[in-house]
Design a protein around this ligand. Structure first.
Ligand SMILES: Nc1ncnc2c1ncn2[C@@H]1O[C@H](COP(=O)(O)OP(=O)(O)OP(=O)(O)O)[C@@H](O)[C@H]1O
Ligand SMILES: [Mg+2]
Length: 233
């Protein structure tokens, strides 16, 4: 990715859209510090990368395809509690405080009565809510969501975004939401950023969705990540 520059204010909800392979997941991973940008820089909460200790803990992340085995015999509360683990606490049994925090996060997503239900027995929509609880369990300031509604039916998507909006507003969370569900993103996020490797559009949801360059941005397929082309804005 090149020439992609933007700022997000605390408490802002921003949708990130763009075609397959545009670099949306890579962008989130770069913000997390999981992949290092070849050039350019990323500041988070006033800190350049590598972030000082503690900053990464302020980010909640719901990955595109959670590496989580959806059929693994974990209880829902265990899945949420994995969001609290650190390398040093990995092999220790969960403390009662960790369990309580997991239950609190499950309650926040309306799954407080399902803590003891095996994760594999939940519906796709319920699993997504548990994974949202996992991303929220550290009470992050920034929440990164990568295609959180894929695999959900219409009602599931509507309910998921409703819940997300409620949590975002109550907790004044900063949210970056990647999704191919353009109507849902536009309803959730007042601001959109459309990217395709080296191009981007940034503006209100209406401006971006009505921009004549958006169709071109979606049509463009990149064979090489280094191909030079002027950025759109
Ligand atoms: N660590 C990496 N180093 C170099 N290239 C990468 C790396 N990770 C991903 N890519 C490449 O960057 C491109 C963008 O991938 P990315 O997964 O970010 O797209 P995306 O916009 O999330 O697509 P989708 O909508 O399909 O999820 C792909 O061609 C991918 O192979
Ligand atoms: Mg992706």
């Amino acid at each position: 990715m090149e020439k992609i520059t933007f700022q997000v204010a605390p408490g802002e909800a921003v949708g990130i859209i763009g075609p397959n392979g545009a670099g949306k997941t890579t962008l989130l991973k770069a913000i997390l510090g999981l992949v290092r940008p070849r050039q350019g820089k990323i500041d988070l909460m006033g800190h350049p990368q590598p972030y000082p200790p503690g900053v990464q803990k302020k980010i909640g992340y719901l990955p595109q395809q959670p590496r989580f085995e959806r059929h693994f015999p974990f209880l829902s509360s265990d899945v949420v509690a994995t969001g609290l683990l650190t390398p040093s606490s990995l092999l220790r049994p969960l403390s009662s405080r960790q369990r309580a925090r997991a239950m609190e996060a499950l309650t926040a997503v309306g799954m407080g009565n399902q803590g003891d239900t095996p994760f594999s027995r939940l519906s796709g929509g319920e699993q997504q809510r548990v994974l949202l609880a996992r991303a929220l369990v550290r009470k992050p300031e920034l929440l990164l969501l990568d295609e959180p509604s894929s695999g959900l039916d219409f009602t599931g998507r509507v309910n998921f975004f409703k819940l997300l909006q409620q949590i975002q507003q109550e907790c004044r969370l900063t949210v970056l939401l990647v999704s191919h569900d353009l109507p849902a993103v536009a309803r959730f996020a007042p601001t959109l950023i459309a990217i395709n490797r080296i191009k981007h559009l940034h503006g209100s949801a209406r401006e971006v969705l009505q921009d004549h360059r958006l169709a071109d941005l979606y049509r463009r397929r990149f064979s090489s990540p280094n191909r030079e082309e002027p950025a759109l804005g």
